[in-house]
Design a protein. Structure first.
Lengths: 226, 250
């Protein structure tokens, strides 16, 4: 063999190892921990980022005051935020989730802010002409215009979160996919690393094809097919 | 007939002044116009003269002016919303034709919205999204939406602009039938004298800055009984009153 099998396991070996780790190892609890962290961070970052993005998109004063901070947030290395928070708050679950939220937040803010800026003022006129109440305008005019941007922020944000959650778990946590991969790394256990990565990618596919894409199809079904 | 017994509101417009920051002179100043109930009044004039602004004031969209605009004695901004038709169809692209009608007036039931679509000749298109409808069909949905909001007062801002003449004729027929059935008060902004000749009882020509009324025509022959020759005569009469440079441009 050209490549030693210990460093280059075959897909069948990796598949079998996934099964073993899932049934007798800690794969499922680790996936559960990582998913929980990712989902909590995702929900908080999306909610906060959408609210702040709308605020910055609507108010020029607020945008002037805080847009530099958004740029800082977009460009500060993720690892710096995580290390600083771990030093300040300790190797806690709270610090990990907060670090993920702070890393994702600027991206959501920037995307939503652009979405709000792209609102068509003609629809505001429509709302005024027909005296549509504020909440109705919000539901029928503002939210549908914002949805493509929310979905874009969700998709890019989710891919970012998957990556940084794992890095932060390597840096300091008591379990999760990243933590386990760091353990495998110490033993040069490539098969274990591939098995965890495969399981993780399967979860990402489930999110993409069973949640995000159907949601996108439903929300944007009014769009003209290109 | 119940529909014939209905009547549109009276409009009293008395603008002291309307300015825009980017214009050196006021757009409107000491401008007065009274519109009788259930009359169809065409506002004709060159682009930028203030026709659409006037319409927005009557619709209560533009409230930044001194003076008063009232609908049956009620300030326009506090009056029930008018049936407004914009220069473009301005349908919400994420809602179907039926939902576009219901969006602006939640009290409208699906059956009523469907009936309005039937009246503008769009039965069977209730669940189509705007991008699935032609430009002319989208305008008809906009007309149905306006009528469902307020069949007593219609404000039409160049409703036929950018449509070809066949579609314009089609739209005019639909509009004509709706006006005959519901007897609303209609303010029609147009730069085409032919539209006024087809639909209006009265045509007001605006010119200058601040805008002033340079001609006020009341037509003796009812719109439904005008022959082609009479319509052409009316259109020529109006065109002659519009600024010469605008006539040359069109």
């Amino acid at each position: 063999m050209l490549f030693p099998s210990r460093l280059f396991p075959t897909p069948i070996e990796v598949g079998a190892h996934v099964w073993t780790l899932a049934t007798t190892g800690k794969l499922l609890p680790d996936l559960g921990k990582t998913l929980t962290r990712a989902v909590i961070a995702f929900v908080i970052a999306m909610a906060l980022g959408t609210a702040i993005g709308i605020g910055l998109g609507r108010s020029r004063v607020a945008d002037r005051l805080f847009s530099a901070w958004v740029v800082v947030g977009l460009n500060v290395p993720a690892i710096v935020i995580a290390i600083v928070l771990y030093i300040w708050l300790g190797l806690t679950e709270f610090a990990l989730i907060l670090a993920v939220v702070l890393n994702k937040l600027p991206l959501v803010i920037a995307t939503i802010r652009e979405g709000v800026r792209s609102f068509d003022p003609a629809y505001d006129d429509l709302g005024r002409a027909f005296r549509m109440p504020f909440l109705r305008q919000l539901r029928l005019i503002a939210v549908p215009q914002l949805m493509p941007f929310v979905l874009a922020a969700a998709r890019t944000g989710l891919s970012l979160i998957w990556k940084i959650v794992l890095v932060f778990e390597v840096l300091g946590s008591d379990g999760g996919v990243g933590f386990r991969i760091s353990v495998f790394f110490q033993f040069f256990d490539i098969k274990g690393i591939f098995a965890y990565t495969t399981a993780f990618i399967l979860v990402v596919f489930v999110f993409e094809y069973l949640i995000l894409r159907p949601l996108e199809r439903r929300v944007l079904r009014w769009r003209q097919p290109r | 007939m119940a529909a014939a017994a209905m009547s549109g509101p009276r409009l009293d417009i008395a603008i002291e002044g309307k300015r825009f920051d980017f214009l050196p002179e006021p757009l409107l100043e000491r401008f007065e116009l009274k519109v009788e109930p259930s009359s169809v009044v065409a506002l004709v004039g060159p682009s930028g003269v203030g026709k659409s602004t006037l319409l927005r004031m009557v619709g209560g969209i533009d409230t930044l002016f001194s003076g008063s605009v009232s609908v049956d004695g009620v300030p326009a901004a506090a009056a029930p919303p008018a049936g407004f038709v914009f220069q473009d169809a301005r349908l919400l692209p994420w809602l179907t034709a039926l939902d576009n009608i219901r969006a602006v007036r939640p009290e409208t039931t699906a059956a009523q919205a469907g009936e309005m679509l039937h009246r503008v000749g769009l039965s069977g298109f209730e669940h189509y999204f705007p991008h699935e409808l032609s430009g002319g069909m989208q305008r008809r949905v906009a007309l149905a939406r306006a009528f469902s909001v307020n069949p007593r007062l219609l404000l039409l801002d160049e409703p036929f602009v950018s449509l070809d003449r066949t579609l314009v004729r089609e739209m005019e027929e639909v509009l004509f039938a709706l006006i005959e059935q519901s007897r609303p008060t209609v303010l029609l902004v147009t730069h085409l004298p032919e539209d006024a000749a087809m639909l209006a009882d009265r045509a007001i020509v605006l010119a200058g800055r601040p805008a002033r009324i340079t001609a006020d025509y009341r037509f003796t022959v009812p719109r439904g009984e005008r022959s082609r020759a009479e319509r052409e005569a009316i259109a020529s009469q109006i065109a002659a009153s519009v600024a010469p440079e605008e006539t040359a441009a069109s």
